[in-house]
Design a protein around this ligand. Sequence first.
Ligand code: AMP
Ligand code: MG
Length: 514
Amino acid sequence: MLPISLTHQFADRLPELAHPWRAEPCPSAQLVVLNESLATDLGLDSDELAAESGVDLLSGAKLPASARPVAQAYSGHQFGGFSPLLGDGRALLLGELETVQGLVDVHLKGSGATPFARGGADGRATLGPMLRELIVSEAMHALGVPATRSLAVLTTGRPVFRHGREPGAILVRTAASHLRVGSFQYAALRGDEALLQRLADYAIERHYPELADTDQPYLGLLRSVISAQAHTVAQWMLVGFIHGVMNTDNMTISGETIDYGPCAFLDVYDPATVFSSIDSESRYAFGQQPVMAEWNLTRFAETLLPLLDDDPNRAVDLAKSALEGFAGQYEQRFMRGMYAKLGLARTPAEDCDEVRGTFSNQDAVSASWSQNLPLNSLVHDLLDLMQRRKLDFTGTFRALTAAADDELEPLRAQLATSNNANGECRTGEFDAWLERWRAQRPDASVMRRANPVVIPRNHAVEQALRKANAGDTAELFALLEAVTDPFTERTDRARFAQPAPADFTRYFQTFCGT
Ligand code: AMP
Ligand code: MG
């Protein structure tokens, strides 16, 4: 018997959004990865989770008596088109775990078709994509990016047919919650204001409890989600992460990055980069992500209008003014991160932000931030040079970190690999930039904490998954160890710091929901 108990607050308080359901039985579930450090953080015992009753729990076969698993209903704008009914087609919320950090959702993905599965979808998942989500979500967390976590991946013992026969698998995911913009769209669509308010109150209680006793809690909720997403997307842009499918059903209210199907990291810096096979119009290209986040937040604001003010015009004005804060907050967080990546000194704007708190007087903070022109142009000029010289994003920042310590060889090596055949970047241009930057006396210790050595490089992830699919998990565990300790430079992990061969990246594509 496991010492784990799950609450069912979502199921109790929002039954309109919760369809009671059970996991499909597995012929023979087996753990492939158990995230012991996350288990410990959640107050769970890894040995117990790895035992038979633990595996039964993680596969959804035998749940604690307190559990009331549900498939969650939500809507979503998918690539701009609205789907009124999406929901968990192959996932289950087992319940909420009470931890020292508050309630944490425990959720299965690949646990069998629910009533939300459409068009004969099988409700199942294969091993490769579930391991991929585990690798990337854990890497994101280690990089300091708000992200859902992965507690375990299991094989089900059932073959699943995708590109041929593949091992069926379940991912056990944890999250601050699985409330999404799409959850609010679903509630708003029903035209039931009491339901919408119950959902908003639940979101406030779980994520922004300080708002509960304020005069305008729902405006506060909108502002807080805008702020949380501005932060998260800025972090994506600072580590070169492309989400790939930023539909409103894949955007959380907590701000955590969620759903890692077609995501990938940049090698060469280019804002136009797209890896997803279905993003044919580049809607979710790397450089588009802040714009699309703002678009999704506008959809979120629309759902909240009835709660913002009884006067519809005034409600729209309030929503608009909150949304206007997004661009400035994003810019400020991105620039703050870029200053750290370049080891530049703290700025008056940053101090000002910390004193005032996140939500007050954003305009004044952003204005003083954007006036820091010499440093901002240093950032933009570097990005421009990196794009024109086709430089590796992560590798260049790490080479600059060495350069801040007067070790110029890694940077020379990066520049030597760059493709400058068409002469788009004049010789000496980079040296001129380097001189301007070094005149600012960059702090290498700040840079070492801001610039990862290892990210989940696409070719390394693919290779680890290929081997794991064939039953050899050694490379998977080596990669996991490296990406969850991303700022440490180790010679035995050097292969994970290497960019993909250009040919690999040219043909690399990612896929949704496989
Ligand atoms: P995603 O692109 O992973 O966010 O999924 C979008 C929607 O498709 C969600 O409603 C999923 O539950 C559903 N979905 C994806 N794959 C499957 C599957 N194999 N079976 C049933 N539903 C699925
Ligand atoms: Mg999704």
